[in-house]
Design a protein around this ligand. Structure first.
Ligand SMILES: Cc1cc2nc3c(=O)[nH]c(=O)nc-3n(C[C@H](O)[C@H](O)[C@H](O)COP(=O)(O)OP(=O)(O)OC[C@H]3O[C@@H](n4cnc5c(N)ncnc54)[C@H](O)[C@@H]3O)c2cc1C
Length: 240
């Protein structure tokens, strides 16, 4: 585990077990099985007819993260995890030591960039920074790309792509407002052309507000937007 700043840590998994894990598309996902909060040992769940459960019938702790892009033989998987202070995965990542184990499954599909888009609007919160970084690396230089990222503090800004076709607005969370308010406000106010493509991920209720605005109020085509709840305020587990 290595800290990237006060809110993000990078956890590196290594070993021959990762042989064959291939992640080709930006913004893909993997599922991470972690030991329960009070245990250090990983227990692999078993199939109980309609769901995987631990031997004591407890649901396993599984969370979703964005894998670094991987070759079939790289045998190293890096995840950037938000230290939000209050979740099993966040606490596990903050305290991870060399030799700790977790199980990984996936990858889940990532995002295909539309090369004939007039421009891109990309938005997210801290949990979407790993995916946004990958999208920006993959974005053709011919496509103007506007990025809005909400962070709990401007100290959490990270280095993204430096390129003329990319402009990045870092937004500090609005004090006292629900998480994602600044991001949703910025996305709703952003200019959107008929051939714009939109990719947004963050807190579920905030991105739902953007969905409603784009699809119901602006009648923006659903096929041109990917909007995902990555977590839900006040609820453990992944939102989608
Ligand atoms: C496709 C996909 C990719 C994702 N990629 C990443 C990634 O690369 N890095 C990453 O950090 N997260 C990522 N997430 C989000 C991550 O899965 C959730 O944040 C998850 O809930 C974290 O688990 P936890 O055990 O730390 O917290 P949980 O036990 O799930 O939640 C405990 C409490 O913390 C709150 N909480 C959860 N996440 C956050 C947060 N980010 N900020 C503030 N409060 C929070 C919850 O509302 C709840 O009240 C991704 C989600 C999806 C669907």
């Amino acid at each position: 585990m290595s800290p990237l700043n006060s809110r993000l840590v990078r956890v590196t998994f290594a070993g021959p077990e990762l042989d064959g894990l291939v992640v080709r598309e930006p913004g893909a996902s993997i599922r991470l099985l972690l030991p329960p909060r009070d245990a250090s040992e990983l227990v692999i769940p078993i199939w109980r007819g309609n769901e995987f459960l631990l031997p004591d019938d407890v649901k396993p702790t599984i969370r979703t993260f964005t894998p670094s892009l991987m070759e079939a033989t790289s045998r190293q998987l890096k995840l950037d995890v938000v230290l939000h202070g209050n979740g099993v995965a966040s606490e596990w990542a903050a305290n991870a030591r060399v030799g700790d184990s977790a199980a990984v499954s996936g990858p889940g599909r990532g995002y295909t960039i539309t090369t004939n888009a007039s421009d891109y609007l990309i938005g997210g919160d801290e949990s979407a920074i790993p995916a946004i970084r990958q999208l920006l690396v993959a974005m053709p230089t011919s496509i103007p790309t506007r990025v809005c990222i909400e962070v709990t503090s401007l100290d959490v800004r990270v280095d993204l792509v430096h390129a003329d076709h990319v402009s990045v607005d870092w937004l500090a969370s609005t004090p006292g407002a629900p998480p994602g308010t600044a991001l949703a406000d910025a996305a709703i106010a952003a200019p959107i052309a008929p051939d714009t493509r939109v990719w947004i991920a963050g807190e579920a209720a905030a991105v739902q507000r953007v969905r409603r605005h784009l699809f119901a109020e602006r009648e923006f085509p659903r096929t041109q937007a990917t909007i995902r709840g990555y977590w839900k305020h006040g609820r453990a587990g992944t939102a989608d």
